[in-house]
Write a protein that binds this ligand. Structure first.
Ligand code: BTN
Length: 243
């Protein structure tokens, strides 16, 4: 399987995730990438809308039918986020941050969000990257924490070029993931969140915990609090940030 072995470029869609879902169930479509210029009903996490003005961002979805061991939203979210971070670092020489569970930030501004949806054995990994969304669009929508890649670069950005780089990164990382190079991937992940060994605030099952972050992996998140180690399944952790 090769991510983006087939690509569908569309002008306007409700959500690229919706279009990707139309192609599920057919093994030939494993790896399909759907890209749109504009979304009229872009979906964010927790049922939020994802602001999707035309022509100024990348809106894309990858349809995947992974082997059993990789059918985990947490894993696919991290994999997708790492690909975005590497693309940003390698092509734009910026230092992005990967904030649990699925936000890519630059200097504290969210430039990318990831939404993974699952239906039985199939997954759609939806990625929205603000490339040069006018700041007024965010202000108008009352979103203060958002930014665009172009806010941090001196050069004009070409969305198609960024897409090509993204595809390369996602394919490389997918090979890493599926060839058991977990420690390499986790190391990369730690380099983009810088949280290991730090005092963090963590939210899980509606409760807040604070302590030193000891382990951050897709199998377990562990913090040390009052000399006790508390291990949590990543699926229940909704927030991890510096305390
Ligand atoms: C988040 O809330 O942070 C996740 C946002 C994910 C947005 C992307 S844009 C492309 C794909 N299609 C959607 O409807 N949502 C995702």
């Amino acid at each position: 399987m090769h991510i983006g072995n087939k690509q569908l470029f569309l002008e306007q869609v409700t959500s690229t995730n919706d279009i990707a879902w139309h192609h599920a169930s057919n093994a030939e479509h494993d790896g399909l990438m759907v890209v749109a210029c504009e979304q009229t009903a872009g979906r964010g996490r927790r049922g939020d809308l994802w602001l999707s003005p035309p022509g100024s961002a990348l809106y894309l979805s990858m349809l995947l039918h992974p082997d059993l061991a990789y059918r985990r939203p947490v894993m696919l979210t991290i994999w997708a986020g790492l690909g975005v971070c590497r693309m940003i670092e390698r092509t734009l020489a910026l230092k992005p941050q990967l904030k649990w569970p699925n936000d890519v930030l630059i200097q504290g501004k969210k430039v990318c969000g990831i939404l993974v949806e699952q239906r039985q054995e199939w997954f759609v990994v939806g990625v929205g990257i603000n490339v040069h969304v006018p700041i007024e669009s965010f202000q108008h929508a009352g979103i203060n924490q958002a930014g665009s890649l172009a806010d941090f670069t001196q050069q004009p950005l070409n969305r198609l070029e960024l897409l090509t780089h993204l595809q390369t990164e996602w394919n490389e990382l997918f090979v890493m993931l599926t060839s058991g190079k977990n420690s390499q991937l986790l190391g990369l992940w730690h380099s983009y969140n810088g949280l290991i060994g730090q005092f963090v605030k963590l939210e899980a099952r509606g409760k807040q915990l604070t302590g030193k972050l000891r382990l951050l992996s897709w199998d377990e998140i562990t913090i040390e609090s009052d000399d006790k180690l508390i291990a949590l399944p990543p699926e229940v952790v909704t927030k991890v940030e510096l305390s």
